[in-house]
Unconditional design. Structure first.
Lengths: 308, 308
């Protein structure tokens, strides 16, 4: 066998099961013993589990991440002498279900009508539609492109933010993070799908958040550390007509002490917007493994310098 | 002035304001006095308000309904000696916001995560996606076509039910109401957008409802009397893994005595899924009025025999 594969996931059993039904020639799947860290040349791994073990991984040449967020692996002093690939392209539809589920629940006032039902009150109210509203997407990658497509289907105007303001199909406008202020003041809904990089970390700070317009709704769907959570807490305490839907946090689980848990205008979910399904990860791994055998370039390669 | 227009809506003031800014030659807008019922040849009216006054409307030649549902005007013994038009084509996007807002809230378990947040519990759960689920749409008209489009965007399989099982763009399959049983047993979500006609009234009865599969979610978005509400109540009492989202009722407001108000697996909203905005109604009226002046055929004409 030319290749030795190590699993480092919170669900190794499921991965073993799925890998056993794949055609993967010239590979042996190692057991979970610590000693195998030295031996394996390929890792199928969750970044947070893999990061502390990297110094011991003498033979590692390729790591397939089971998730999109690889920031635990691209820090300045970490090893960059192996090939790192992540999973992409499968999260857009799930993220759309999450974002538009919560956005529609908000705009179409699910909670108000639920409260009325509890009192048997029949009272049609004023009415907001997504049609003609402005959505600001921070990020214009695969996930953001899918979100933009859903937003256009619902008749929204969509502005995207990326590094070079490069025109991106499916967006009405694209601009840079440096010019975000203008767009924030116009947006009815703002969603961050930004990766965690040296440029994005902490970029959604008190000053930017204060530019959101009355009644705006903010989503954090990318990485937790892009947002200053305490600043958001202050912003939403002062502006209870603004709302936030948060799925990712700098520290997960979000500590019970954080006061944002209890704000009425905040919804907190436990990083469930777009889970990686092992089935999809194994499919991506298997495709990449066959490319490796053929000497082809792997898909979804992470650029260590860029950080995603 | 050749034409005399009477308003019969619950919001005449708003309609007066909007009409005053339209270019409508050769028409006089009458006041709201009862005596004007005799004089007017054109009515812009809500069917439920217009129906009891029809016998007195000596000069009526054309009525523009402000809503889609005209069943109050097409009953067997009612006058059919005038031209009746309704509003169409504007409800699809609003209905999609309603249906997919509640469908996503259900599948992505908004209530469960809200309850967890109240206890500061961080617990990702199992996960359902709309992708690959089956949506059964009762009706294949303009609204259903738009719902089908949204459903396809979310990766669902869409079956439509119409009178002749005539193939309809945007649906994966189309069949007749007579063959509904088979499709009901397969559907993860069922939505009725049926008009109220002699064939559809009461058609969603205990027998059909009992065919819904475990965990299915049922929407009534069309007309209330298509559904046997007491049968649905019994069905959902016995099967608490099934859910219903109800926006229209045979009697509106839904009487406070009806036990369905209090079922945990039912959401009741006060006929708000797709309201007619006076702006849209006036635009349709104005277009039709210009067609009338030109001697052209009016848009959205109701067929009294068919009932919609």
């Amino acid at each position: 066998m030319r290749h030795k594969l190590l699993l480092l996931t919170s669900n190794n059993e499921r991965y073993r099961e799925l890998l056993s039904s794949c055609h993967l020639p010239e590979i042996v799947l190692l057991g979970d013993e610590t000693s195998n860290i030295l031996e394996a040349n390929i890792w199928l791994a969750e970044p947070a589990l893999a990061a502390p073990l990297l110094p011991h991984a003498k033979n590692l040449t390729w790591m397939q991440s089971t998730i999109a967020g690889v920031d635990a692996l691209v820090k300045p002093r970490q090893r960059k002498d192996y090939q790192l690939t992540n999973v992409r392209g499968v999260f857009g539809p799930l993220m759309s279900e999450y974002l538009f589920g919560y956005l529609l629940a908000h705009q179409r006032e699910h909670q108000k009508y639920k409260n009325q039902q509890a009192e048997k009150i029949w009272l049609p109210g004023n009415f907001k539609t997504l049609q003609g509203q402005n959505l600001l997407l921070l990020g214009t990658g695969n996930i953001a492109k899918h979100l933009a497509k859903t937003a256009k289907h619902f008749g929204m105007n969509v502005t995207g933010i990326n590094r070079g303001a490069k025109p991106t199909q499916g967006f009405d406008k694209v601009d840079t993070l440096a010019n975000i202020s203008h767009h924030l003041t116009q947006a009815d809904a703002v969603a961050s799908i930004l990766p965690s990089t040296s440029q994005t970390r902490g970029s959604l700070n008190a000053e930017l958040l204060s530019l959101m317009k009355p009644g705006a709704i903010f989503f954090n769907l990318g990485r937790g550390d892009v947002l200053d959570l305490d600043a958001l807490y202050m912003q939403l305490t002062k502006n209870n007509d603004q709302h936030a839907i948060l799925d990712v946090f700098n520290q997960e689980p979000l500590p019970k002490e954080h006061p944002i848990w209890t704000l009425d205008n905040v919804i907190i979910t436990p990083h469930i917007a777009a889970p990686s399904f092992p089935e999809q990860v194994v499919e991506i791994f298997s495709n990449n493994y066959h490319k490796l055998l053929q000497g082809e370039q792997l898909s979804h390669e992470v650029n260590f310098a860029r950080g995603y």
